[in-house]
Every structure is written in C-alpha cells, then in structure tokens.
Write a protein that binds this ligand. Structure first.
Ligand code: AP5
Length: 233
C-alpha cells in the first residue's frame, strides 16, 4: 500500500489542481437546459476555487429582488425565451471585472448567442475550454421536471436521481427546496427549441477556435464529472 503511494505520490486531483493553478483558466459550460451545467459547475468551484458565473442564477436573483433588470427579464425567463443580449451582456461585463475572477471563472449559461460570444472576444477575454454536455431530449425533460433547488444556498437536487435526505429540505443548510417556474414540461420543451435554434450555432463558432470539447452528459454525476476533468487535463 505504502509502496504504491510512493510510486505515484500525486493524486489525479492534485495533478488537475496543479495544472490549473499554474495558469488562469476560463471555462464555458455549454449544453441544453438541465444538461447538468450547474451541477458540475458547483463541483468545479469546490475543486478549483474559481467562481461560477451563472447568468440564470443572476437573473433569477434580480427577479426576486425586483430590480430594474429583474423586471425587464422576468417575462422572458418565465416563458423560456432568451433575455435580450443587451441586458445579459451588461451583467456579464460587470461581473467578470470582479477581483475573484482574476484566476479564472466558470461561465454557466453564457454565451447563448453568437452576439454574446463575440462580446467576450471584443472584450479581449480569452476562453481556454468550452465544454459541451451532450444529453438527449427525453433525459433533459426528466431532469428539469424533477429538479428542486434550495432557496437559501442554491444546492441542486433531483427528486429521483439526487433526492434530499428529507423531502423538501436542503441537506446542506436546511433551507426549503423549490421548483423553478420554467421547469414544467411545456416550458422545458420550448427551452430545448430555443437552445437548438439560438445557441447551437455556437458549436461551430467554438469548434473553429479549436477549444470545444464535447462530453457525454448522461450517466451518474460522478461519471460525468470524471469525463469533464479528463478534458481539462
Ligand atoms: P439557466 O438557469 O441558465 O437555465 P438552463 O440553461 O436552461 O439550464 P439549467 O439551469 O436549467 O440546467 P443545468 O444545465 O444547469 O442543469 P442542472 O445542473 O441544474 O437559464 C434560465 C433562463 O434565464 C433562460 O431560459 C433565459 O431566459 C435566461 N438566460 C440565462 N442565461 C441567458 C443568456 N446568456 N442569454 C439570454 N438569456 C439567458 O441539472 C438539472 C437537473 O438534473 C437537476 O435536478 C440535477 O440534480 C439533475 N442532474 C444533473 N446532472 C445529472 C446526472 N449526471 N445524472 C442525473 N441527474 C443529473
């Protein structure tokens, strides 16, 4: 046992962490609604100590606080439409300037249009990897409709795949779990259509830049996370 440890003193996690901490890393998580972007992003945050920037979370927060931006975005979000580029680009530009993004960040849900992607380029923000999670539509529907989120800490659950120990209560902070309004089947199907029409063109965009990696997003959360770590090597 001890010999094996000496032969291979660096765990796989340590190697990843080293590779990442040697330089800044900027990741885009890309994929259909409910593909698991938020779930893997939270693990990446814990592992690599870089922030998750989720435009969906930022927008929902603005809606719940009834800010000007929240009021402007509310109807789009409820119906599963994309919020207009000028709103979303403004919040991303501001967020990325924060000090906690100096060593990198994980963009979760941005960009979603070619125009949004070009904004990052224009701002001189170099993206290292775009990771696309591939998940079929029927799985997407089951994942979204069964999703529950903690209203206090944002932890993500699923009533079948990842249930909390106590129904309706967050394991981590005891907060109440809620279901997003846009997670009913009708809106999920619409969000998939929106993704196919408006967001899929980004695949070509990032493929041409040579930074796109697609991984299978099906399977349990640990398997998916391992695949993701592999493409970050
Ligand atoms: P947003 O919040 O970004 O929604 P989304 O892209 O539809 O993605 P989700 O958050 O629904 O899913 P996810 O991929 O993070 O999956 P999760 O990890 O939670 O955007 C919402 C709205 O905001 C948009 O419709 C739009 O209106 C607006 N918006 C946001 N960004 C915008 C932008 N850039 N431009 C314009 N408008 C914008 O997982 C889902 C479920 O599956 C969970 O229950 C989880 O437990 C489960 N699960 C995850 N992984 C697995 C696994 N491996 N196996 C089994 N179950 C799993």
């Amino acid at each position: 046992m001890q010999k094996r440890e000496l032969k291979n003193p660096e765990s796989r996690d340590t190697k990843y962490r080293k590779a990442i901490s040697n330089s800044e890393i900027r990741i885009i998580l890309f994929g259909p609604p409910g593909a698991g972007k938020g779930t893997v992003a939270k693990r990446l945050v814990e592992r690599f100590k870089i922030p998750q920037i989720s435009t969906g979370d930022m927008l929902r927060d603005a809606v719940s606080h009834k800010t000007e931006m929240g009021l402007a975005a509310e109807d789009y979000i409820k119906k599963g439409e994309l919020v207009p580029d000028d709103i979303i680009i403004g919040i991303i530009n501001e967020r990325i300037k924060n000090k906690d993004c100096e060593q990198g960040f994980i963009l979760d849900g941005f960009p979603r249009t070619i125009n949004q992607a070009k904004t990052l380029e224009k701002a001189g923000i170099k993206i290292d990897r775009v990771i696309k999670l591939d998940v079929d539509s029927e799985t997407i529907i089951k994942r979204n409709t069964g999703r529950r989120i903690c209203k206090d800490c944002g932890a993500i659950y699923h009533i079948k795949n990842h249930p909390p120990k106590k129904e309706g209560i967050c394991d981590k902070c005891q907060g109440a779990l809620y279901q997003r309004e846009d997670d009913c089947e009708e809106y999920v199907r619409h969000r998939i259509d929106v993704y196919l029409k408006q967001t899929i063109p980004l695949v070509d965009f990032y493929e041409k830049m040579g930074i796109l990696a697609s991984i299978n997003g099906c399977g349990d959360e640990n398997e998916v996370f391992d695949r993701l770590l592999n493409v970050l090597k």
